[in-house]
Design a protein around this ligand. Structure first.
Ligand SMILES: Nc1ncnc2c1ncn2[C@@H]1O[C@H](COP(=O)(O)OP(=O)(O)OP(=O)(O)O)[C@@H](O)[C@H]1O
Ligand SMILES: [Mg+2]
Length: 284
């Protein structure tokens, strides 16, 4: 596995508003009873872009992803994925997307291969092509040797790779990854990010992700949107957002704190806080 590649490998993408669009939301809103978790979201993502949705706990990131993946109906507003409306053309949207949820979802009582077989059937991959497709994704994710072991004996990083493998079996145009590296050690994290980059480079897959690791978002994402209390408060390339601060050598942590007003103990960066929280959290 090669190391995380840096900024030089970024695809050329528009800096402001994409000219060509694979994902678009207009005033997308979700209310849980009287509480507005996502409030009038307007975002637009270009094909082949890596787009990061950042924000503090409870900002509404997972709720956005659930609406875009057709799992939660919008209360108002609309969203289109690959030209299909998430509300009225949800079947076509589901065929166009892959989704890795925030919580681990693979079945621990089955082997990796068996988990993949279930997804291959779910995605209607014809039986004569299933074996080859499963072999391909196992190889792509570097999971061939673990394929016939029970998933409950996998490490957190292996489970994440398996879940990414599941979600790309049907070769989606756009992947939604909700905190794909939560709870992973630095090596597993860099492997997962590397795979995400390869997906984009090899298949042109558009990537829509959330993460609390702002350094990684900085080096991987073409553009990020910062969300707070249900609203997007800033969107742009990491470079432009950092340049917009009146501070030399500003980091994406600084941008985050500036826009979200995150109150942190003196001397502790948001990044450190996120890392401490992640390390304390055990997966599966
Ligand atoms: N099923 C639900 N019922 C009621 N409120 C909910 C429900 N799901 C989420 N919420 C609330 O909506 C808000 C946004 O939650 P969401 O999970 O989208 O945040 P998030 O940005 O993904 O946070 P995190 O970084 O912790 O994953 C939170 O205040 C949360 O408590
Ligand atoms: Mg979340």
């Amino acid at each position: 596995m090669t190391k995380l590649t840096g900024r030089a490998d970024r695809l050329e993408t528009p800096t402001n508003f994409p000219k060509s669009v694979i994902l678009e939301t207009q005033e997308l809103t979700h209310r849980f009873d009287k509480f507005t978790a996502v409030d009038g979201l307007n975002i637009s993502v270009a094909p082949g872009e890596v787009f990061g949705l950042l924000g503090p706990n409870g900002a509404g990131k997972s709720t956005v992803i659930k609406m875009l993946t057709t799992l939660l109906p919008p209360s108002s507003g609309r969203a289109t994925i690959a030209g299909y409306d998430v509300t009225h053309q949800s079947q076509a949207v589901r065929r166009a997307i892959g989704y890795v949820p925030q919580a681990l979802s693979a079945d621990g009582s089955l082997t990796g291969y068996e988990n993949l077989l279930i997804f291959a059937k779910l995605y209607d991959i014809p039986s004569k092509r299933r074996q080859q497709r499963i072999r391909d994704v196992l190889e792509f994710m570097g999971l061939e040797e673990a394929a016939h072991r029970l998933v409950r004996n996998y490490s957190g990083g292996m489970i994440r790779k398996l879940e990414i493998a599941q979600s790309i079996l049907h070769r989606p145009q756009i992947m939604f990854l909700d905190e794909p590296t939560v709870g992973l050690d630095p090596v597993a994290r860099s492997q997962v990010w590397n795979l995400v980059q390869e997906l984009r480079a090899d298949y042109g897959t558009t990537i829509f992700l959330t993460t609390h690791f702002l350094e990684e978002a900085d080096s991987l994402c073409n553009r990020v949107a910062i969300m707070n209390r249900g609203k997007v408060i800033a969107t742009g390339t990491p470079t432009d957002l950092k340049a917009g601060l009146d501070k030399p050598n500003a980091t994406l942590d600084d941008v985050f704190i500036q826009y979200t007003g995150a109150e942190l103990a003196s001397g502790v960066s948001y990044h450190d806080t996120a890392r401490t929280r992640r390390n304390a959290q055990r997966l599966g």
